[in-house]
Design a protein. Structure first.
Length: 342
């Protein structure tokens, strides 16, 4: 199925608060009002596109979309923002934004690339609407810049470059004033570029509990939205969310959800889910085993945990069962894998 192009309603609400124009004028032609926005978490991107056109029609200040990006505080981004800010390093924070952005906005394709000493966070519009793309990307680029500067603790300055895959607009000078870093127009791609070495800068706001919990929440939202277009990825997102929590500590340990529970979360019957996964060339058991072992290897890398404690966090009440499962899927015992990983 096609990926739905959605935008979190909190972004629409922020535009309404930031504008000097009445909400009714900004929402004209969308079929929505403020009460309707409060009743839903996401809206079709066409609503945001219409809002952008209304802002232009009402006489927006040049560079208004980038300026609005400066107003987006952490709560506006929900669990995505909290996960990024509480990540251990700048690189981890940017990877969170790249991999999990779909829980807030599904109109973008995001990738990361390292070329020598430069790192690029690349954004591509999926809407096909040039005006919508331009304003959304100008806002998003400013959000990313603010995240980077928060973690490094100072203005990015000349080492950062922001690239736009379109010619300089009439308001290019306003954009230069907002971003305050070198800008490149008519670039091959839209991106934020920084020194690759910055990715290793530790975040002063690192909080492992918040990081894991909010990553898990993002993955659950992704699964509910069905952004990925196939049932297997939606199941992977739900299982990844469960095991993300399992890494937090003993209090979060619990048996993983069974097929029936996953099917309920995806609003299908277990039989339908089995059929959908078969179409994807996999099964619930295979996806569960893969997610469980990914979490197992991550936990085994933590020397503070015994093998039995790792098994308990993964939902194994008997350490011997964990050992047998690990050997079956990894070809060695947990203890041997741990020794080899050091």
């Amino acid at each position: 199925m096609d990926t739905p192009l959605l935008v979190a309603t909190s972004y629409v609400q922020l535009y309404l608060r930031a504008s000097a124009h009445p909400a009714a004028a900004l929402l004209a032609g969308t079929g929505l009002n403020e009460e309707a926005l409060r009743a839903t978490g996401h809206i079709d991107h066409a609503v945001m596109a219409r809002l952008y056109r209304n802002v232009e029609r009402l006489g927006a200040e040049p560079g208004w979309a980038a300026r609005t990006g400066s107003l987006l505080n952490i709560s506006t981004h929900g669990p995505l923002g909290f996960a990024a800010l509480s990540a251990p390093t700048l690189g981890a924070a940017l990877t969170v934004m790249a991999e999990l952005h779909g829980c807030r906005v599904t109109t973008l394709r995001v990738s990361e690339r390292i070329d020598g000493q430069r790192y690029a966070f690349i954004l591509e519009d999926l809407s096909g609407d040039a005006a919508f793309a331009r304003y959304t990307l100008e806002t998003t680029l400013r959000v990313l810049q603010a995240l980077i500067e928060t973690i490094i603790g100072h203005p990015a300055g000349a080492p950062m470059q922001i690239c736009f895959a379109w010619p300089p607009p009439p308001y290019a000078a306003a954009l230069r004033a907002v971003y305050g870093v070198p800008l490149r127009f008519a670039a091959p791609e839209t991106a934020v570029c920084i020194p690759a070495s910055w990715r290793h800068i530790p975040s002063p706001l690192f909080d492992e509990v918040s990081y894991r919990e909010n990553c898990a929440r993002c993955r659950e939202i992704l699964a509910r939205l069905g952004h990925s277009g196939d049932s297997a990825q939606r199941v992977r997102d739900l299982l990844a969310g469960h095991f993300e929590r399992a890494r937090l500590g003993p209090g979060e340990a619990a048996a993983p959800p069974n097929l029936q529970r996953i099917a309920e979360q995806l609003h299908v019957t277990p039989r339908t889910l089995i059929r959908q996964l078969k179409t994807c060339g996999t099964s619930y058991r295979e996806l569960l085993d893969s997610a469980r072992m990914d979490c197992a290897t991550a936990l085994l890398a933590d020397a503070r945990l015994t093998v039995a404690e790792v098994g308990a966090r993964l939902g194994y009440s008997d350490p011997a069962n964990f050992g047998r499962a690990f050997r079956r899927l990894r070809g060695t015992t947990p203890a041997a894998w741990r020794r080899g990983a050091r």
